[in-house]
Design a protein around this ligand. Structure first.
Ligand code: AMP
Length: 221
């Protein structure tokens, strides 16, 4: 089963993608994580992407389409993938559909995380990320045991540049302008399922598990 997680920044897609991939064995593909890794390593893609990411703008379509198409061509994507943060506009969605059909694959379900802007802003502006292992924390809802230090690897926690208020607001504008369109796009294809991104992590996970069970998907626990 191949699934797309759709919703605004701060909807909790990344967190759910990581628990869902553990529970169901999906490959988690996050374009945001892949791009941040490329920036960190200073690769040619990272060098091109950085300025867009810092401003909360979309990285050019051809770059992201290439990295995703390349990733789903690898063997470990054959058991099903969860796409988090892609596609983000019509061009990406169209080109991705074409690339999948060439490989006899398709998107089976799109989970839309309907989320209020206040919740998105609060989540992102309070988020802290480990600069070393990438683990996520939140200053109010999921604080680290020792302030500023990762619980898992003791790396330093940072406030991502694109999680700062001004950039968050721009990311939401970009979402409305480019990505929201995809709700109708996938609804028309009959594969859209809606959940509430306003729920906390556990409640949302339970809701998604119920929805997956109705679709015949079984998890590990
Ligand atoms: P995310 O972690 O998914 O919010 O992504 C962080 C940033 O990476 C975004 O604000 C964009 O600059 C860039 N990015 C991630 N995914 C895409 C995509 N599918 N298309 C264009 N830019 C993307």
């Amino acid at each position: 089963m191949n699934i797309v997680l759709l919703g605004p920044p701060g909807a909790g897609k990344g967190t759910q993608a990581s628990v869902l991939s553990q529970e169901y064995g999906f490959l988690h593909i996050s374009t945001g994580d892949m791009l941040r890794e490329a920036v960190k390593k200073g690769t040619p893609v990272g060098k091109q992407a950085k300025a867009y990411m810092d401003k909360g703008e979309l990285v050019p379509d051809n770059i992201v389409i290439n990295i995703v198409t390349e990733r789903i061509s690898q063997k470990d994507a054959n058991c099903g993938f969860l796409l988090d943060g892609f596609p983000r506009n019509k061009k990406q969605a169209d080109q991705f559909d074409q690339a999948l059909s060439k490989k006899d694959k398709k998107i089976d379900m799109v989970l839309y995380f309907k989320t209020s802007p206040e919740v998105s802003i609060k989540r992102l502006s309070g988020r802290r990320v480990c600069a070393n292992c990438g683990a996520n924390f939140h200053i109010e809802t999921m604080p680290a045991k020792i302030k500023g230090t990762c619980d898992y690897c003791h790396g330093p926690l940072v406030h991502r540049k694109d999680d700062q208020r001004e950039t968050v607001e721009n990311r939401l504008v970009v979402y409305k302008k480019e990505t929201k369109y995809l709700i109708g796009y996938y609804e028309d294809k009959g594969i859209l399922k809606e959940v509430s991104g306003d729920f906390d992590v556990e409640k949302l996970f339970e809701e998604i598990k119920k929805l997956f069970a109705k679709e015949g998907l079984r998890g590990a626990g």
